[in-house]
Design a protein around this ligand. Structure first.
Ligand code: HEM
Length: 431
C-alpha cells in the first residue's frame, strides 16, 4: 500500500490494471497498450498496489542498478508469491535456492538429469505433450538432487509430484486471475500439499539418519543446517527448505526446456545440426537454448521500494517513495528493442552475450536470465540442463509436432517463462 506519489508525478495509465486485480484478456498486451498511450515510463494503480513501469534505456539501466536495501527484489518476489504459497514456507528458511549452484552441486544435478532421461515415460513410439514431459523431467531431476533418499521414484515420487503441482508457486504469475480463488479458500489445498511434502521428506530424513547418504550432498547440507533443533522442528524445517528450493526450481526451467524443444522441432536445419553431433554442437545447442528462453520470456521484473530511491529514466529522474513497486516487463523489450529480434536466431549469441549489442540503445534492454546483481545464479546450470535434455531426446527419438502454428502462451501470464496455452503434442518413435 502506498501513501505518497513519485516526484515529479509520472504519467498515469488510467484504466490499466494487472491481472491479480482486474480481468485482462492479455496481461502483456495491456501493459503494451499503456506504454503506447503514456510513453516509456508511467504509473499503474492496480488494486491497492502502485507500480512505476519503465522501458526507456536509461530507466531499465537504473532499474537493474537499484540497491536491494531500498528497492528489494526479495520483498517483491515474496509479495508476488505469497498470493499462492502458505506463509510457513517463507519463515525461517536456512538453505535458500540462491545457494544451490556451487560447481560440485551442478555436476550432481546434471548426473541426476541423465538418470531422469533414462527414466522418462517414453515408450518406443507414442504421443506426448512436450511441456508435460519436461515438467516430469524437472521434478525427477530436482527431487533426486535435493529431496532426500527415496524421493525420486516409486509411490513417494508420484505423491510429491501431485503435491508440488498443487503447491506450485508459479501459479501466482502464470495464472494471476486464479489468485482470488486461492485467497477465498485460505490456501487450503496448498497448505495440505505442503503438509504432504513435509510427511514424505520427514521419511527421507529418517532414511538419511539411518545411513542412506549416497549421492545426497545437497540434502546433507540442508539436514546439517537443522542439526541443533529438536526432532519435530528439525523435520519440519528440513522439509520446508526442500519445498522452497523445489518450488523455486519449478518457476522457469521446465517451461524453458519445453520451448527449446518446440523451437528446434520448428527449425529443421538446426535440428539436423544438433542430431548430427560433432565438434561445437554442445555450444550451438546452448545458444539455441538461450535464444528460445529469450523469446519465451514473459517476466515482470519488480523491485519493492522500502526507502526513497531515485530512478533516472533519461528525460526525468523520479523520487520514488516506499510502498511503490518499480517494474519492467521483458516481453515488451526482448523482441522489439532492435529490428530482427522477433526472429529465433541462435547465432545472435556469443556465449551468453548478444553479438550485435551495438544495435541496442542499451545492452540491458534484452535478456534471458537478467542483468546485474540479481541475475540468475542458475543460468549456467539451466543452459547445460536444457542442452543435455534436448540433445538426448532429439538423438534418441524422431519427433513430429502435431501443432501447425507456433504455440501461444497463457494470455493472463505475467511472469516467468511462458507456459503454453494449449496442448503441444508430438508423435515420437525411437530413432
Ligand atoms: C531457464 C531457466 C531459468 C530462467 C530463464 C531464469 C530467469 C531468471 C531471471 C530473469 C532472474 C532475474 C530476476 C530479476 O532480476 O528480477 C533470475 C533470478 C534468480 N533465479 Fe533464475 N531462472 C531460471 C532457472 C532457475 C533455477 C532452476 C533456479 C533454482 C532454483 C533459479 C533461481 C534463481 C534465483 C535464486 C534468483 C534470484 C537471484 C538474486 O536475487 O540474487 N533460477 N532467474
Amino acid at each position: 500500500m502506498a501513501g505518497a506519489d513519485p516526484v515529479p508525478a509520472p504519467p498515469y495509465a488510467e484504466g490499466t490494471g494487472l491481472p491479480w486485480d482486474l480481468p485482462v484478456s492479455d496481461a502483456v498486451a495491456t501493459i503494451a497498450a499503456a506504454r503506447a498511450r503514456c510513453g516509456d515510463t508511467f504509473a499503474v494503480h492496480s488494486g491497492a498496489d502502485r507500480y512505476l513501469f519503465t522501458f526507456s534505456p536509461a530507466g531499465v539501466e537504473s532499474f537493474y542498478a537499484l540497491p536491494e536495501e531500498s528497492a528489494s527484489k526479495g520483498v517483491a518476489d515474496y509479495l508476488m508469491l505469497r498470493r499462492k504459497l502458505p506463509d510457513d514456507i517463507f519463515a525461517g528458511r536456512r538453505t535458500l535456492p540462491s545457494t544451490l549452484f556451487r560447481r560440485d552441486d551442478v555436476a550432481g544435478y546434471l548426473a541426476n538429469l541423465d538418470r531422469a532421461l533414462d527414466q522418462t515415460d517414453l515408450e518406443s513410439a507414442g504421443t506426448v505433450d512436450v511441456f508435460d514431459l519436461m515438467r516430469q523431467l524437472g521434478h525427477r531431476m530436482g527431487l533426486a538432487s535435493w529431496a532426500g533418499p527415496g524421493c525420486c521414484d516409486g509411490a513417494d515420487f508420484e505423491r510429491l509430484v501431485r503435491a508440488f503441482d498443487t503447491l506450485d508457486g508459479a501459479d501466482a504469475f502464470v495464472h494471476p486471475d486464479r489468485m482470488a480463488e486461492v485467497a477465498a479458500t485460505d490456501k487450503r489445498a496448498e497448505r495440505a500439499a505442503l503438509d504432504e511434502v513435509a510427511d514424505i521428506v520427514a521419511a527421507a530424513v529418517r532414511r538419511f539418519d539411518a545411513g542412506d547418504t549416497d549421492n545426497q550432498a545437497l540434502f546433507g547440507r540442508i539436514v546439517d543446517a537443522w542439526s541443533t533443533e529438536q526432532q519435530d522442528d528439525r523435520l519440519r524445517g528440513i522439509a520446508l527448505d526442500v519445498a522452497l528450493i523445489h518450488v523455486a526450481s519449478m518457476s522457469n526451467l521446465a517451461a524453458a526446456l519445453g520451448w527449446a524443444l518446440v523451437d528446434l522441432l520448428e527449425h529443421p536445419a538446426e535440428l539436423a545440426r544438433i542430431r548430427g553431433g560433432g565438434a561445437g554442437v554442445a555450444d550451438f545447442a546452448q545458444r539455441c537454448a538461450l535464444e528460445s528462453t529469450r523469446l519465451a520470456q514473459r517476466s515482470i521484473m519488480t523491485r519493492a521500494v522500502l526507502s526513497p530511491v531515485r530512478l533516472d529514466t533519461g528525460e526525468v529522474t523520479y523520487q520514488v517513495p516506499p510502498g511503490w513497486t518499480i517494474a519492467t516487463l521483458l516481453p515488451l523489450l526482448n523482441t522489439s528493442a532492435a529490428p530482427g529480434l522477433e526472429r529465433w536466431d541462435p547465432d545472435r549469441w556469443n556465449r551468453h552475450r548478444l553479438i550485435e549489442q551495438h544495435t541496442l540503445a542499451s545492452p540491458m534492454l534484452v535478456t534471458a536470465f537478467g542483468h546485474g546483481r540479481h541475475s540468475c545464479p542458475a543460468q549456467p546450470f539451466s543452459l547445460s540442463a536444457i542442452t543435455a535434455a534436448t540433445t538426448a531426446l532429439l538423438r534418441d527419438y524422431q519427433m513430429t509436432p502435431r501443432w501447425t502454428s507456433h504455440p501461444q502462451p497463457v494470455p493472463a501470464q505475467i511472469g516467468g517463462v511462458a507456459r503454453a496455452r494449449g496442448p503441444c503434442l508430438v508423435d515420437y518413435v525411437s530413432a
